[in-house]
Ligand binder design. Structure first.
Ligand code: GLV
Length: 331
């Protein structure tokens, strides 16, 4: 008998077909959002799950599902997973790094440009019929070329953003849990600084650090107050890294110039104050959403699930494991 797996949300039909070669697949192709109780109920008896970043798989879920052996996220971030609980229970956890790095960095650049140069605000202005004549100060923004880029979190995506900055003649500063090797810093033309210096010096601050209890509200009222009034803030990482209420207040009070947000605390809900300030560009968590990349993510998540459940050409060797000690213990 084939092992049973759950695909928690609609994905590409050919990826579901591929999983069906190895598994009895319960696929939520009708794309209902499964709440915690529905997710737990549908996971009963399943050996594995292809999940997305909104599916919370915590210690209580893991404890209720003794047959579960693999949780494979279709996302690079995995703050939806209680990795220590999964590891203790012998459940392999995987994510989808690398395949989305450049697409996500492209989108970071799109948000940065739109925010600094007031692209969405300008479009709203035009569509509302407010454009009657040229004015020297109509919708003036902040320069990107030649400015100082700040990157908080210098992993794969942060480095891809830094590489793009070279074409814009930018001075690149970064802060990270650990400093990069000198040769990587040289290649990226990026300088490691303290978080305080990053906040004080940066013209455009990009957040690309993982969410964890330590990074909760890494940007709150105090950090916003430490930024330049001409600065922009871009959050590409996870909701909860920014205190959205404090950000809305800072935008309203002119404490910073503008913000671009792809992620939100409690998404898909958006803090109501953010919806009423004009100087923020808002997008619905789409940084990795190119056709090619979303396909690559779905296929990598499927490869992980197949291999983690000891099937397919990479049996026992899922390509991107978060807790390799579980696979090692099984061998
Ligand atoms: C998206 O947010 C991801 O983590 O891949």
């Amino acid at each position: 008998m084939k092992p049973s797996v759950l695909v928690t949300r609609a994905i590409y039909a050919d990826v579901v077909d591929r999983l069906s070669q190895y598994f009895d697949v319960d696929s939520n192709q009708e794309d209902l959002v499964l709440d915690a109780a529905a997710l737990k109920a549908r996971l009963a008896g399943k050996a594995g799950v292809l999940a997305n970043a909104a599916d919370k798989i915590d210690g209580a879920v893991v404890a209720a599902l003794p047959q579960l052996r693999a949780v494979c996220n279709m996302a690079v971030g995995y703050n939806n997973l209680d990795v220590p609980a999964l590891t203790a229970a012998g459940v392999v956890a995987t994510n989808t790094p690398d395949v989305l790095t450049e697409t996500t960095a492209d989108f970071g650049w799109a948000l940065l440009m739109a925010t600094a140069r007031r692209v969405t605000e300008s479009e709203h202005y035009l569509r509302a019929g407010k454009w009657k004549r040229w004015s020297y100060d109509m919708l003036v923004g902040m320069d990107v070329y030649g400015s100082t880029l700040g990157i908080l979190g210098m992993g794969r995506i942060g480095q891809a953003l830094a590489r793009r900055a070279a074409g814009f003649g930018m001075n690149v500063l970064y802060h990270n849990r650990s400093q990069l090797p000198a040769e990587t810093e040289r290649a990226l033309n990026a300088r490691y600084v303290s978080k305080a210096e990053l906040l004080a010096q940066t013209d455009h601050l990009l957040l690309v650090l993982p969410y964890s209890p330590e990074s909760h509200h890494a940007i709150g009222a105090a950090e916003l107050a430490a930024m330049k009034p001409t600065a922009t803030l871009i959050n590409l990482a996870r909701g909860g890294i920014v205190d959205d209420a404090a950000l809305a207040a800072a935008l309203r009070n002119g404490q910073i110039f503008a913000a671009g947000l792809d992620v939100f605390e409690g998404e898909p809900s958006v803090h109501p104050d953010l919806l009423t300030v004009p100087n923020v560009v808002l997008t619905p968590h789409i940084a990795s959403a190119s056709e090619k990349t979303r396909r690559a993510m779905a296929n990598l998540a499927a490869d992980n699930l197949i291999a983690a459940l000891d099937a397919g050409p990479k049996a026992g060797h899922p390509p991107s494991v978060i807790n390799p000690e579980v696979m090692a213990r099984r061998r």
